[in-house]
Each structure stands twice: as C-alpha cells, then as structure tokens.
Design a protein around this ligand. Structure first.
Ligand code: DC
Length: 274
C-alpha cells in the first residue's frame, strides 16, 4: 500500500521519502518501480525533470475529468492522481476548524497543521487527513465550495503541489486538476484540457445526485458551477486555463468511452506507445 505524504515532500530540496513512510515505494528506479530514463540535463531541483509518460488533465468542475482519468490510467497502467481531492481534504480541515474562507491569514496558518497523505487501497486513491481516511466527506457541496475558496491561498497551493510533484516523479501518473499542465507538471508528455458547457455539467451533477436519491435543484447547481468556474479561472495563482500545448476535448456531446478513446489516441500520437 504505497503512501505519499505532504509532510514527507519536504520542500524542493527535502527528502523524497518521509522518515516514517515505511510503506512508500523505494526511490525511483528501485526494483518495485518501473525504470525510466533521464532525458537531457537535470533541471532545477524543484522541477520534475525525469521524462515520464505523465498525462495531465485539466478542466472545469464537472467536465468528467475523474471518470475519464481513471479509465485512461487503467488503460496505460499508470496511477490516477485526483488533485481536487487533496484540495477538498484541505478544505475539510478548514471547515472542521471553523476557518472563514475569506480569512487568508487564518487559512495559511491552519494549512500548516494539515498532514495530507495519499494511499492507494485496492488501486483507489484514499486521502488521509491527519491519520483519518476522509474520502467519504470529500464530495459534499460545502467541501467543494470551500475548496474553490481555500485553493486560492499560496501556502495551500505550495504544500499540495509538492506532494503532487513527488507522486509524479516516482511513477507514471494520470493527474487531473486545474493547473497540472500549466504549473504542476509543465513537462507532461500529454496534456488535455477537458471541458463541457456549464449547462451540460450542471445536468450531469443533477442526475448524479438524483440517482443517489439526494435532493438537488438544477438552478442552484448551475449557479454554483458558474461561480466556481469564475473563481478557478480568475484567481491570481495558477488559474484554470488551457496550457498552450494542451489538446482541447469538449465532452458536451461525447460518451465516456468516446472521450477515453480520444485521449488514448492523443497519448499514442505523443508517446508512440501502442
Ligand atoms: O476537481 P474538484 O472539483 O474536486 O476540485 C475542487 C476545487 O479544488 C476546485 O474548485 C479548485 C481546486 N483545485 C485547484 O485549485 N487545483 C487543482 N489542481 C485541483 C483542484
């Protein structure tokens, strides 16, 4: 059960492996890790300079990133990393500690006491917040809304970005989020910008909640999606935008299988892998 910790990341020059991380995979290139080549000169210490077959998928809330990323990860034998879940775990930490989403200083202070760790249990990502598996709480609307607010904080972003880079340096990943192709993994081999109209995304979320028997109001969901898009796209640090070298995939009129096939086609074109 590999685990990766935000505390273990240790900053740009810190250890790649935490002292208490006995279940983490060994250093890249060790027997349990696939071999990989260094291409070109080593980059700056805080950059991922190993050429892995990483896939970065960015896009707005509800575009289908996680469903697609999981499918693609399985097809290319990579690990799926849901960075939104990390921001949601941090948001949960803020909610539990009664932090005002507008109080930047309080968010910066509070984020220091969040030890966020990623474990893979039966192939599924589990987010561990201060020793507790918090996956069951992360999809709540209030957590998503707080995540959209607390994720503008530079201290939150730095802490989680280190964890994300640590993961991508160790193994091939399909990583989804808002700033993966632009900031976290600017050298990713494959970059996808996955989107869909706000109406389609709201309808998908409405149907998802209805299928679970949870009360839902389409207009409220639609307005929340629009607000979240605005915040994610207009924040000062690492705003959501399409990387120059990302391929745009609009999923509004596509099935899940069609989207996954399209991404795998792009992957084959970019990497030459079958
Ligand atoms: O993908 P999601 O809905 O689970 O993400 C929740 C929030 O986290 C989203 O509104 C913005 C933030 N986020 C981010 O800022 N950067 C990422 N790489 C992923 C998510």
């Amino acid at each position: 059960m590999p685990c990766f910790s935000s505390q273990a990341a240790g900053g740009p020059k810190g250890p790649a492996r935490g002292p208490d991380c006995s279940s983490c995979p060994g250093p890249a290139g060790s027997p349990e890790e696939p071999d990989f080549k260094r291409e070109g000169p080593a980059g700056p210490a805080d950059k991922v300079f190993f050429m892995r077959n990483n896939i970065a998928i960015d896009g707005p809330a509800g575009a289908g990133k996680s469903t697609i990323a999981k499918k693609v990860a399985k097809a290319v034998s990579a690990i799926y990393v849901d960075t939104g879940a990390m921001y949601r775990a941090m948001a949960l930490h803020m909610i539990r500690n009664g932090i005002d989403p507008e109080d930047a200083a309080a968010i910066s202070r509070q984020c220091q006491s969040a030890d966020i760790t990623i474990e893979y249990i039966d192939g599924e990502q589990a987010v561990i917040l201060n020793g507790e598996n918090v996956n069951a709480f992360l999809r709540r609307e209030e957590v998503g809304n707080m995540a959209s607010r607390s994720s503008v904080n530079p201290d939150v972003r730095t802490k989680l970005m280190e964890l994300q880079r640590q993961l991508a340096a160790r193994t091939d990943v399909v990583m989804d989020g808002r700033d993966i192709g632009t900031v976290v993994l600017p050298d990713a081999r494959v970059k996808i910008y996955l989107t869909a109209s706000a109406e389609v995304r709201a309808k998908r979320r409405f149907d998802e909640l209805a299928a679970k028997g949870q009360p839902a109001d389409y207009d409220t969901i639609f307005n929340e999606i629009r607000d979240r898009d605005y915040r994610d796209m207009h924040r000062e640090i690492a705003p959501l935008k399409q990387a120059e070298d990302a391929v745009l995939v609009d999923t509004s009129d596509m099935t899940i299988d069609e989207v996954a096939d399209r991404i795998l086609e792009i992957y084959r074109e970019k990497t030459g892998k079958a």
